[in-house]
Design a protein around this ligand. Structure first.
Ligand code: PRP
Ligand code: HPA
Ligand code: MG
Length: 165
């Protein structure tokens, strides 16, 4: 898999705004949830923000590792299962949270574990979009989202120097 053509860098500030916007959209849906299942690791940050905004204090994790290196999607491995008490609900009253859905493979695996849950992500690409119930921003399939926890400050060449080749 090669580097996607477009880059969508997200700052901490923007991520906080987008995750809070997701919480607003969820609260406006009229539904309520008694527990969050967040998909680690990317779902941990939006889950913290949503749990604060919606006052949901029961939080569990499920770990599905798919991207073994930077860009290639290897086999899907469930590294940590959902707690049995939550699994017994089949997802009734449960909110699943992740940072994004890309191909939708991670979402499909977790949905199968909790078929009645509501699935929310901050960002969605077209292939994954049908698998989520609520999201905030759609980016094209050929865009790579750079999250703030994966980035640091770095020097950037001036645009003119860059385009002269
Ligand atoms: O829709 P998909 O194509 O399945 O991709 C989306 C998943 O990929 C990333 O997680 P990743 O597996 O890289 O692990 P991480 O959250 O620990 O970074 C992201 O956080 C989503 O969970
Ligand atoms: O666009 C992305 N950005 C970061 N992690 C990801 N995992 C799948 N797609 C992406
Ligand atoms: Mg993830």
């Amino acid at each position: 898999m090669s580097l996607p053509d477009k880059a969508f860098p997200v700052s901490w500030d923007q991520f906080h705004r987008d995750a809070r916007a997701l919480a607003w959209r969820l609260s406006g849906s009229g539904q309520t949830w008694s527990a969050i299942v967040c998909i680690t690791r990317g779902g941990l940050v939006p889950a913290a923000i949503i749990s604060r905004e919606l006052d949901i204090r029961r939080i569990d994790t499920v770990s599905v590792a798919s991207y073994h290196d930077y860009l290639s999607q290897g086999d899907m491995k469930v590294l940590k299962e959902i707690n049995s008490e939550i699994l017994e609900t089949e997802g009734e009253g449960v909110l699943i949270v992740d940072d994004l859905t890309d191909t939708g493979k991670t979402a499909a695996i977790v949905r199968a574990m909790l078929p009645k849950a509501h699935f929310a992500t901050v960002y969605a690409k077209p292939k994954g979009r049908p698998l989520v119930d609520t999201f905030i921003t759609e980016v094209s399939q050929d865009t790579w989202i750079y999250f703030p926890w994966d980035m640091g400050f770095a020097y950037v060449e001036p645009i003119a120097k860059d385009t002269r080749g």
